[in-house]
Design a protein around this ligand. Structure first.
Ligand SMILES: [Zn+2]
Length: 269
């Protein structure tokens, strides 16, 4: 189901109150709701390709100006690449929510919490599966250090992902505890986190045939994992901001390790 949802909530999975039986014995139904925001963007991009509307371009034409970048320093965005990022993020949300639904199929919602996977500190199975399969939890880079940007602008950056994606080595390092998400102490007390940019080329590969028909056969599931570009890694500090040495100090990028802003229930991404 596609819904208008609160900004920054892209997906949400909830169990049925009465634990209705699903198709297999001893399993239960759940309901996945997805925000329409990214699907709306995919439609807007299609309209641009058809030449019937340029809505999609407008955001990209204004974002640099909103950030106060001088006209002669503004860059042109590759809109096809941006569209691939949106498709990827939508697919990632569906994958994430499906993990919750799979868990709910076997664990009654009244039983409470999800399992911990491997050495994850938090028991959030959606992110744990992303980390397991993709090697990290991708999130849009968002520029937040500008006074002229309001919440809506911030939400639009998260929707359009104009500045690419990144992922942290540890997705749950500072994740707060909630009713459904509990924290274990980290085995390794070193709370340094490393964040990597996600190469656009990798996102394109995920939508290509070669990866699925050749590379996965040759290299197994590691072929789909996010590559870690060592030269571009940056340390994440305790404020959940990361500062690249190559980036001016006033350009802070919010890695937003908790895009769902999980409350007590239901599960969301
Ligand atoms: Zn989740």
């Amino acid at each position: 189901m596609l819904h208008k949802m609160r900004a920054h909530i892209y997906g949400c999975t909830s169990g049925h109150k009465k634990d209705e039986i699903a198709s297999a014995p001893s399993t239960r139904q759940s309901r996945i709701r997805l925000s329409s925001s990214r699907l709306d963007l995919l439609h807007a991009y299609n309209r641009l390709m058809l030449g019937t509307s340029n809505d999609y371009e407008v955001f990209f034409g204004n974002i640099m100006k909103k950030l106060g970048v001088a006209e002669d320093r503004q860059i042109d965005f590759d809109l096809e690449s941006a569209n691939f990022r949106v498709m990827f993020l939508l697919a990632r949300t569906m994958f994430h929510e499906f993990a919750h639904a799979f868990c709910m199929a076997y664990v009654s919602s009244s039983d409470g919490i999800e399992p911990w996977i491997a050495d994850n500190i938090s028991n959030e199975i959606g992110y744990a599966l992303e980390k397991y399969v993709l090697g990290g939890c991708p999130t849009p880079n968002v520029v937040i250090d500008h006074s002229s940007m309001n919440n809506e602008d911030h939400a639009q950056q998260k929707d359009h992902a104009p500045f690419g994606l990144s992922f942290a080595e540890n997705w749950d390092l500072w994740r707060p505890e909630s009713k459904l998400e509990l924290r274990k102490s980290p085995i390794n007390q070193d709370l340094t986190n490393v964040v990597y940019p996600l190469p656009q080329r990798h996102i394109h590969e995920l939508f290509g045939n070669e990866l699925w028909t050749q590379k996965v056969d040759r290299f197994g599931s590691s072929a789909v994992k996010h590559p870690k570009l060592q030269r571009w890694k940056v340390l994440q500090d305790f404020q959940k901001h990361w500062i690249a040495t190559a980036v001016p100090r006033n350009l802070l990028i919010d890695t937003d390790a908790n895009p769902g802003g999980h409350g007590s229930a239901p599960r969301s991404s």
